[in-house]
Design a protein around this ligand. Structure first.
Ligand SMILES: [Fe+2]
Length: 178
């Protein structure tokens, strides 16, 4: 399912090295959609359930400092499963999942890392640059090359999408349009 340049580093993650000594922090408002997403089930969703107590829910710092719209932050958060600061430390890639609430607009943003998204729950609309919005159902694999502007807007259901970054893992995404 994953392109070969992403599949190999994902396979190399040693899940046995997950740091589950510390409990995660679960205080982001978007977590209110977690039970509904888990209830949908599915081959990408089910494996996420067992580690949930250890998740650390985070938001990109520059989004917190300057939210793109008033409803964004209560409906947005992500968890790093592997990568810098993740459950499994890695400098090779960053792998985690994004959770967006329903009716949420994640405006166009960009980052130097090359990115793959795999839609795990929730059909949403996705856009690259000025292309038309596309409806991407569960199982879709969406690729964003370096600095390619991209945006996501959810419909009536929350979205959970697995992301994988390679390349520059240190430079945050930046919003470039409202
Ligand atoms: Fe991205």
């Amino acid at each position: 399912m994953l392109p070969a340049d992403f599949a190999a580093p994902v396979r190399a993650i040693d899940a046995g090295k997950a740091n589950i000594e510390k409990s995660g922090s679960g205080d982001l408002p978007v977590r209110r959609y977690w039970p509904a997403v888990m209830a949908k089930g599915g081959k990408l969703i089910d494996p996420l359930a067992s580690l949930a107590p250890y998740y650390r829910w985070v938001q990109t710092s520059n989004y917190v400092a300057s939210p793109p719209n008033p409803t964004f932050l209560p409906n947005y958060g992500y968890v790093v499963l592997a990568g810098p600061g993740g459950l499994v430390e890695s400098t090779e890639l960053a792998l985690g999942f994004l959770l967006l609430g329903p009716e949420t607009h994640y405006p166009s943003h960009q980052h130097p890392a090359v990115e793959i998204y795999v839609v795990a729950a929730g059909t949403a609309e996705w856009r690259k640059g000025d292309d038309p919005w596309r409806v991407e159902p569960v199982g879709s694999v969406i690729r964003h090359e370096t600095m390619m502007p991209h945006a996501t807007r959810t419909l009536a259901e929350p979205l959970l999408a697995i992301y994988i970054w390679q390349g520059d893992l240190k430079t945050n995404a930046r919003i470039i349009a409202s």
